[in-house]
Design a protein around this ligand. Structure first.
Ligand SMILES: [Zn+2]
Ligand SMILES: [Zn+2]
Length: 235
């Protein structure tokens, strides 16, 4: 390809290329559809499960352009997306497994590309650290869209929530999976605590010892009085 494509992206793929990224789950104001918004560039724009990139800066060029930073982004490795999710700013994001297609540019750790299909959404942790099971209204959003927040059942309390399945349905029948919780830290319930039975028994034994000591002291006192009386009685 030459002419008008000379400055375009170097590569083009009709075969979908797998990738991983973070996104915020979004619910339309009318509650009838779900989408995603970027965690860095293009935060204000909501994209659908299957969508084409548009320029985040309002230019009308095709994405991704060599002269602009717009377009969809993804990592090659799931680990890179998980690493990014540890940052405080990204803790409320979900992890997407995507298929990239169309024009793309390759980077060391990922791609910038034109067309995207979200294959799977992975929900990680609640802000409290427990595994998230639901998506609640976060209170944040953009025009026409509410941003959802992954939460555990206790933090969800009585807030309005979507189940992962419902989110998947509203996003266009995509799979939503709950990430396994274990990543090194154990829940407090798994850390051995003192046996409450043994503690109660120890308390009871100490109480008996105190009673015996009191009894002994009383006897000593009684003996002392007797000795004093006897001594006083002596000439
Ligand atoms: Zn652009
Ligand atoms: Zn929680």
């Amino acid at each position: 390809m030459g002419g008008p494509f000379a400055r375009g992206p170097r590569e083009q793929s009709d075969e979908p290329l797998p990738g991983f990224k973070l996104a915020y789950p979004m619910l339309a104001a009318d509650g009838r559809s779900c989408g995603f918004s970027g965690v860095t560039l293009g935060r204000a724009h909501v994209y659908r499960a299957v969508d084409d990139a548009i320029c985040a800066h309002g230019s009308r060029h095709a994405c991704p352009s060599r002269w602009c930073d717009c377009g969809f982004y993804c990592f090659h490795e799931i680990g890179s997306a998980r690493d990014l999710a540890c940052e405080p700013d990204h803790r409320s994001a979900v992890l997407l497994e995507i298929a990239a297609s169309g024009r793309y540019r390759r980077y060391e750790r990922g791609l910038r590309y034109a067309r995207q299909r979200v294959r799977t959404v992975r929900i990680g942790r609640c802000e409290c650290g427990r595994p998230a099971e639901l998506l609640a209204d976060s209170g944040a959003g953009s025009v026409g869209w509410r941003r959802l927040l992954p939460v555990c059942r206790s933090c969800a309390a009585d807030r309005p929530v979507l189940t992962p399945d419902r989110f998947g349905e509203l996003a266009g029948r995509i799979t939503v999976a709950l990430e396994p919780a274990a990543t090194g830290a154990a829940p407090a319930s798994a850390v051995p605590a003192e046996d409450p039975g043994a503690v109660a028994l120890l308390h009871a034994e100490v109480a008996v010892l105190h009673a015996r000591l009191d009894e002994t002291l009383a006897r000593v006192e009684h003996l002392q009085t007797t000795i004093d009386e006897l001594t006083r009685g002596q000439p």
